[in-house]
Design a protein around this ligand. Structure first.
Ligand SMILES: Cc1ncc(COP(=O)(O)O)c(C=O)c1O
Length: 281
């Protein structure tokens, strides 16, 4: 059984026991992070920790833990994972387990902190060679998609809609604008410029998105954050989805119609090559 972190202790995953009164279980009152480690090296750990800390502050969940404490957990779980090869570390923090169920924040309750490791199944080579298919669907999620909360039912339903349709992702549309995939950020390329939806309450600011923005600057490829109309998907030269586990994946079919030439595009090729370098490949 793989190692896990549970409220200050390291123990086998099957020895972790969660209270039914935990706010995560009853209210989805918590946050999570997924960080990759390639060949034992954590990727963008500081950025993941910073996002977690911003989210905890926004939700007024005080774990008393520093960035260094979080990094220590990520490093120890990675080092003692027993997993040969790439992995992800999952961290989850909830508001804790009070003695009664009531909506308001409980007083004097210690947050629950959990971490576990899993083997990382990297995107299939075929995804890079041919691209993937996606569908579009309405974004039915709540108004604070900038917080990486464990309340993921909207994303669960979006991913299942994609899976049921035999495609890889569901690009969500709100008020005529692209928001994000089921658990990915979305990018469109037109005439050599990469555009991605603005970092506001409608999307989660992905760490992979931040890396893409940095790599585009390095490569001298124009990168803009702006509202992206759903109709732009039909005329884009390239569309990509990106996340920690999907990396940067070209989308070559949307709602059954080809994107651009129907093959992974040259701008994707440049940024994906730089991304592979930054992963240490
Ligand atoms: C809704 C949503 N958007 C974007 C992302 C991409 O974030 P990251 O690049 O940090 O993995 C995720 C990742 O899970 C997500 O759930």
């Amino acid at each position: 059984m793989t190692i896990s972190y549970w409220n200050g202790r390291y123990l086998p995953l099957d020895q972790v026991q969660v209270s039914p009164l935990d706010r995560g279980f009853l209210f989805a009152d918590g946050l999570y992070e997924v960080t990759a480690a390639y060949n034992g090296r954590l990727f963008e750990a500081e950025a993941h920790i910073a996002r977690l800390q911003r989210g905890l502050a926004a939700l007024r969940i005080d774990t008393g833990m520093s960035a260094g404490d979080w990094l220590g957990i990520l490093e120890r779980l990675t080092a003692e994972s027993g997993i040969d090869g790439d992995l992800t570390v999952y961290l989850q923090v909830t508001r804790g387990a009070p003695t009664t169920r009531a909506h308001g924040f409980p007083a004097g309750v210690t947050p629950t902190v959990f971490g576990m490791v899993s083997p990382l199944k990297r995107p299939a080579a075929a995804w890079r060679e041919q691209g993937v298919a996606a569908l579009t669907m309405p974004d039915i999620r709540w108004g604070r998609c900038d917080l990486k909360t464990i309340a993921l039912l909207g994303s669960v339903l979006a991913q299942q809609a994609a899976t049921d349709a035999g495609v890889v992702d569901a690009i969500q549309i709100r008020d005529g604008f692209v928001t994000e995939g089921a658990a990915t950020n979305v990018f469109v390329v037109k005439d050599g410029t990469i555009a991605t939806p603005v970092a506001d309450h409608r999307i989660l600011v992905g760490i992979t998105r931040q890396v893409i923005q940095r790599l585009a600057a390095t490569a001298g490829v124009p990168f803009v954050e702006r509202d992206v109309r759903a109709i732009e998907l039909a005329s884009a030269d390239e569309v990509w989805i990106a996340s920690t586990t999907k990396e940067i994946t070209p989308v070559t079919t949307i709602d059954g119609r080809p994107v651009g030439t129907g093959t992974p595009g040259p701008v994707w090729g440049r940024i994906a090559a730089l991304f592979a370098e930054s992963q240490g490949r």
